[in-house]
Design a binder for this molecule. Structure first.
Ligand SMILES: Nc1ncnc2c1ncn2[C@@H]1O[C@H](COP(=O)(O)OP(=O)(O)OP(=O)(O)O)[C@@H](O)[C@H]1O
Length: 621
């Protein structure tokens, strides 16, 4: 008896609740950052320390100016250099940078770990999603979403933590200092200017975003047109449409030009407005400070201090527009990433799912009804048993539902009615991992990973030894071909295995299934891509593999399944005939007609299924 282990990886990925607002997106992110509480707290301490040092610089400058003023009014003290103040000035300047760098150093791991955890969680979740989701998805767009979303996390963290938060800390420190030490007007002017500045920046940036978005869209459009036109180079020439193409391209460029000018103008409005607010605030502050000096309430040092505060405060605010836009963009990108995690799994393990125990893998379909879409039923009351260690072949016209049977056995979809069991265990009550470990398939269309042939064969058993890989490659009649390649087993197969012929790919698929050594085998027209000589050889091999193993064979060429223990004839999702080859011929029904037709026109049929040969280098798990 074999026991197939189940994986706990599925259960390890909690799916967050659906979210819509920016705040909800942020709330989803925070727990990932908070995993490293100590690092986050330390980074915040460094952040505050850096800002205190920064705010300390104008304070020391004030001391320096005041000491100079006193020296000037007392000429006899002129030779004394305020060394302590100078040293403090230098130390504070250095501390600002030092604490900022320490903050980045401490926080880098927090951001990177959050990015890694989320990326891995999304990846696992994608693998946990149903085949239906993957058939509907647009891979290009989805990978862009993941890429942008993870990048959004880094940007958001760095902009908020390294830009917005420090500025807020600085604003608080400066306002507190002004309120405690000076006339209330300084606090009022600074606060009013800050509020106006931030409100103005946010409003104008919102307005500008529209132009930038238009610009980006038009840029992509113009680009698409240009590329499409160049790809269709020959067609353009056939029709002599170069000028027409240039005009179409220029239309796109012209719209882009207009949007780009608007975007630039709006940027100038933003910059000018910001400068105006700063200029007014600084002038008002200076006016109050000068008045204070004249009234004898403030020293020259105080005047330098408030002026430095203002200038220092507004430097980071200069980038507020860009930062605001980036943060909005990052939140939008992250929302798309997190929404992938919201995707319903559709096929989930039952909470009390057990690993599959197989003792021969007897398969039973019990009155199964199934539809991919609710408005179109594919299988109707399908009921059959594949006795352990026997071969059942399914034949029928294209689209009758043959491959659907194998998808249901893998539990890529749940059935609408009835039950599917393996050795008496309902597929819905066992873990998907253990179920899929028990089944091996040689599919109709083999797709390979863009890696070496060795990697692709070893995929059936990732810790297989080289000898085991060579043994199954020989059994699948592909060893000699691999050896004839300049790079042998290390040869790369190309994207989706496109550097190999259809037959070679299928043989790699057979080899890796041999390595997997499953209890239940499915051949879905497994030799359809082979020429008749290779097919003969492989059929013989497949038959040997299938011997004493529960096997489901989907076939077009009936001659390849004539000796199956059971043949099912499927028609529009219903089993219309069943029996052995001999019984079905004797019944003189649909099967007998198909057989007669294929005997008369063998070229019409495609291949599949097992015949027989001696030794199988099957790898024991
Ligand atoms: N993911 C899907 N969503 C909706 N309909 C589907 C999906 N997959 C298959 N079908 C439909 O289900 C029917 C049965 O498909 P299936 O692949 O089982 O046929 P088949 O008998 O294996 O055909 P062939 O011999 O051509 O491979 C077909 O009409 C097909 O269009």
């Amino acid at each position: 008896m074999r026991r197939y282990s189940s994986s706990s990886s599925d259960a390890a990925t909690p799916v967050p609740a659906p979210k819509h607002s920016d705040w909800a997106t942020l709330k989803t992110l925070l727990p990932y950052l908070w995993t490293y509480k100590w690092r986050v707290s330390l980074a915040l301490l460094f952040l505050i320390a850096a800002k205190m040092a920064n705010v300390g610089v104008p304070l020391v400058l004030k001391r320096l100016v005041d000491s100079m003023t006193i020296t000037a009014t007392h000429p006899q003290a002129m030779l004394i250099l305020p060394l302590g103040i100078l040293a403090a000035y230098g130390a504070l300047r250095l501390s600002t940078t030092l604490f900022t760098e320490l903050r980045e150093f401490v926080f880098a791991r927090v951001t990177q770990r959050a990015v890694r955890t989320i990326a891995l969680q999304v990846f696992r979740h994608l693998h946990a999603l149903s085949l239906r989701f993957h058939l509907n998805r647009q891979t290009g767009g989805m990978t862009r979403d993941i890429e942008r979303g993870t990048r959004g996390i880094s940007s958001l963290v760095s902009y908020t933590l390294f830009s917005i938060l420090p500025t807020l800390v600085e604003i608080t420190l400066v306002l507190s200092y002004l309120a405690l030490h000076y006339d209330i007007w300084f606090t009022v002017i600074t606060s009013a200017a800050l509020v106006t500045y931030i409100a103005f920046t946010v409003v104008v940036t919102e307005w500008r975003t529209h132009f930038r978005r238009t610009m980006n869209t038009l840029d992509s459009k113009a680009n698409t047109k240009a590329i499409d036109s160049l790809i269709n180079y020959e067609t353009v020439k056939y029709f002599g449409n170069e000028s027409y193409e240039a005009k179409r391209y220029d239309d796109g460029l012209m719209a882009y030009e207009t949007a780009a000018v608007k975007s630039q103008t709006s940027l100038s409005i933003l910059n000018t407005g910001q400068s105006l607010i700063i200029a007014i605030a600084v002038t008002l502050i200076l006016w109050r400070a000068t008045q204070g000096v004249i009234d004898g309430k403030m020293t020259l040092g105080d005047l330098v201090l408030v002026n430095s505060f203002m200038i220092q405060l507004y430097i980071p605010l200069n980038f507020l527009g860009v930062i605001y836009r980036e943060i909005k963009q990052s939140l939008a990108d992250m929302e798309r990433l997190f929404s992938l995690l919201d995707e319903n799994r559709e096929i989930a393990d039952a909470p009390d799912a057990m690993p599959l125990f197989t003792s021969g893998a007897q398969v039973h379909f019990s009155h199964v009804d199934f539809s991919y879409e609710s408005n179109r039923q594919i299988l109707f009351d399908v009921d059959f048993t594949i006795l352990a260690g026997t071969t059942t072949a399914v034949v029928g016209h294209s689209g009758s539902g043959k491959s659907t049977l194998s998808r249901l056995l893998f539990r890529f979809y749940d059935i609408d009615q009835g039950k599917i069991t393996i050795d008496g265990q309902d597929l819905r009550s066992i873990t998907q991992t253990s179920l899929r470990q028990a089944i091996g398939i040689v599919p109709q269309d083999t797709v390979l990973f863009n890696d070496s042939i060795e990697y692709n064969i070893a995929y059936g058993m990732p810790d297989a030894s080289k000898d085991q890989i060579i043994a199954v490659a020989k059994a699948a009649h592909i060893h000699d071909f691999i050896e004839s390649l300049p790079d042998g087993y290390a040869s790369m197969v190309g994207e989706r295995g496109l550097k190999l012929s259809g037959g070679e790919k299928q043989r790699v698929a057979i080899a890796r299934t041999l390595l997997k050594n499953p209890a239940l085998l499915i051949f879905d027209e497994a030799t359809s891509a082979l020429d008749s000589k290779s097919e003969q050889a492989i059929q013989t091999q497949l038959k040997e593999i299938a011997k004493n193993r529960t096997t489901l064979v989907i076939a077009h060429r009936l001659s390849t399944i004539a000796d199956a223990e059971q043949i099912l004839v499927l028609d529009h999702g219903r089993i219309i005939e069943r029996g052995t080859h001999g019984q079905l011929l004797a019944a003189d029904g649909a099967y007998a007609q198909m057989w007669a037709r294929q005997q008369a026109h063998p070229e019409e049929a495609q291949a599949v299924s097992p015949p027989s040969i001696s030794q199988t280098p099957f790898v024991e798990a």
